[in-house]
Design a protein around this ligand. Structure first.
Ligand code: FAD
Ligand code: SIN
Length: 538
């Protein structure tokens, strides 16, 4: 298949870019499962933007920079904040309904924000945005959406050889090889421009708020293609995931989130004995940035030996709770917790990847023709810690900028796309022991949770690196002799992501934002720079 622009991923970044690009070019969107299945679909709290006349761009910029602990790219933050309101108008124009009160948008407050500035649709904002985008995309005749296609690797010079049989160095990207997960056939789609919008990698950890699709495929494909990745050590742990939910079948390997908006609404964190504790850690208490709240909970749990702390919202009126948090209220009630009467048991869980594929302010990567948007990208807006509800905003602002740059790129396009070989799996065997892949994935998740979590040390990181290297070797051997299937691809990508996170964490010999290493407990000016990784060998 051929198209002008191939978009990999159908979350907010992929769908929003597709809408913009379809105004001047043909688009194919490929997505791993059904269109709606994405991190976007589970977003609760909302999307931050300067809407109120009492708010200002300067305040939002300042809050973002403070949360980012010295590592944000100021230019990118300014772009995101100042272009944000226009992109919110775009979302409203395609039919997204944000909650209003007395005729005005109901702006919520979350950790690290000095003002209420979070637009939301009750507590299922992501679902509402995804609905509106999917409906808008369906109206465009020049967007083809292919579900159940898993991108395997990018089409680059690496897949070609010159006349002398020598592999060429990667400089361009022309599409991807993809696995149809329903019949296990591999196809290739060539494109003048390719946009990675594959989201995060939460599934590399044992407990995560991310759904099963979040196996870091985009980071891994880019890494294998020699594209630069940056700041991958900054993994955000959300302080309040519902304790025990990741083991329940209905959540299918993810932990159910209790939105930060609950703390913004007055929710109080308490130990199992009912004691408040956030005042001991930060004078912003429950509304301190996430890294601080997650570490405070981790410290309390280590001190007490308990398995969870409580989030208490019982002092609010039941009517207000139903009204603001219908999704959280109903889900907890189904599990036997009436949050109007009982405190909610919560624990931190891996939530968001602040680093990613290094892009410029037009979402261009280091490979010609390859763009990246949304969680998979590193635009520089999050630095060492993302401010709540800036992720959806970043996705739409930089998707819009990517589309403008792609328009110029296509206008100037004057080369022909090389003739790529079909996927060659001759000599490989059908693999009957898929259970071994399941075990490998479990080992990766346990290793990352135990050794590369909220609190790290040199010894833990070293252990993790050795274990991941061993899993890499075993998995690569298997990958080369086996006909591919979805979980072997995902296992391979999770291992690559784990490797890059650990490598970056070992390079940062300080503690900053989300990266806390007990052997270097303070920030160190010498490391006040991005940690860039490119195609390192294991
Ligand atoms: P996603 O929405 O994750 O979409 C990725 C897409 O890529 C999916 O369609 C997936 O199937 C596809 N894909 C992945 N790999 C492949 C492959 N190999 N081949 C083909 N397709 C592939 N942020 C906020 O700003 N506000 C919030 O309130 C908020 N709440 C959140 C709540 C939860 C529970 C979670 C998990 C995250 C939350 N976030 C929030 C973060 C935010 O939702 C995500 O960062 C954002 O939605 C990412 O959008 P995306 O388009 O980059 O990726
Ligand atoms: C939440 O609702 O707590 C998630 C917000 C975010 O990740 O930005």
């Amino acid at each position: 298949m051929k198209t002008d622009v191939l978009i990999i991923g159908s979350g907010i970044a992929g769908l929003f870019s597709a809408l913009k690009i379809s105004e001047f070019a043909d688009v194919i969107i490929v997505t791993k499962k059904e269109k709606a299945e994405s991190n976007t679909n589970y977003a609760q709290g909302g999307i931050a933007s300067v809407i109120s006349q009492h708010d200002s761009f300067e305040k939002h910029i300042e809050d973002t920079l403070i949360a980012g602990a010295g590592l944000c790219r100021r230019e990118s933050v300014e772009i995101m904040v100042k272009e944000g309101p226009d992109r919110i108008k775009d979302l409203i124009a395609i039919g997204t309904e944000f909650t209003k009160r007395d005729g005005d948008f109901d702006l919520a407050r979350e950790g690290g924000h000095s003002m209420p500035r979070i637009l939301h649709s009750k507590d299922f904002t992501g679902k509402e945005i995804e609905r509106a985008l999917i409906e808008a995309v369906a109206q465009r005749k020049n967007i083809l959406v292919l579900e159940n296609y898993v991108a395997i690797d990018l089409l680059t010079e690496h897949n070609l050889t010159n006349k002398n049989g020598i592999k060429l160095e990667n400089q361009n990207c022309w599409g991807a090889y993809l696995l149809n997960s329903l019949d296990n056939q591999v196809i290739k789609i060539t494109a003048k421009a390719t946009l990675l919008a594959t989201g995060g990698l939460g599934q590399v950890y044992l407990h995560t708020t991310n759904p099963k699709i979040a196996t870091g495929d985009g980071f891994a494909m880019a890494y294998r293609a020699g594209v630069k990745l940056g700041n991958m050590e900054f993994i955000q742990f959300h302080p309040t995931a519902l304790y025990g939910s990741s083991n329940l079948a209905e959540f299918d390997s993810r932990s159910f989130l209790i939105s930060e908006a609950v703390r913004g609404f007055g929710g109080i964190l308490r130990t199992k004995d009912g004691e408040e504790f956030m005042h001991k850690y930060d004078n912003r208490r429950e509304l301190a940035p996430r890294d601080i709240v997650a570490r405070a909970i981790d410290t309390e749990l280590k001190k007490s030996g308990d398995e969870f702390v409580y989030l208490d919202i019982t002092h609010k009126s039941p009517e207000e709770i139903f009204d603001h948090f219908p999704n959280i209220y109903q889900t907890c009630l189904r599990l036997g917790i009436d949050i109007t009467k009982s405190m909610i048991p919560v624990v931190p869980a891996a939530h968001y990847t602040c680093g990613g594929i290094v892009v410029d302010s037009d979402a261009k990567t280091s490979l010609n023709g390859l763009y990246a948007c949304g969680e998979v990208s590193m635009t520089g807006v999050h630095g060492a810690n993302r401010l709540a509800s800036n992720s959806l905003l970043e996705a739409v602002v930089f998707a819009h900028r990517a589309s403008k740059n792609i328009k110029e790129f296509l206008l100037q396009y004057n080369t022909s796309i090389p003739d790529f070989p079909e996927w060659d799996d001759s000599g490989t065997l059908t693999y009957d022991e898929k259970v071994l892949i399941t075990h490998t994935i479990k080992e990766v998740k346990h290793t990352m949770w135990d050794y590369v979590g909220i609190v790290r040390s040199n010894e833990r990181l070293y252990r993790a690196q050795r274990r991941i290297s061993m899993l890499f070797e075993e998995n690569e051997k298997l990958y080369k002799k086996t006909k591919i299937f979805q979980s072997i691809l995902e296992g391979r990508n999770l291992i690559a992501c784990a490797h890059v996170i650990i490598k970056s964490a070992r390079l940062r010999k300080e503690s900053r934002g989300l990266h806390f290493n007990i052997d270097y407990p303070e920030p160190d000016a010498e490391y006040l720079k991005d940690c860039i990784i490119k195609n390192l060998n294991f």
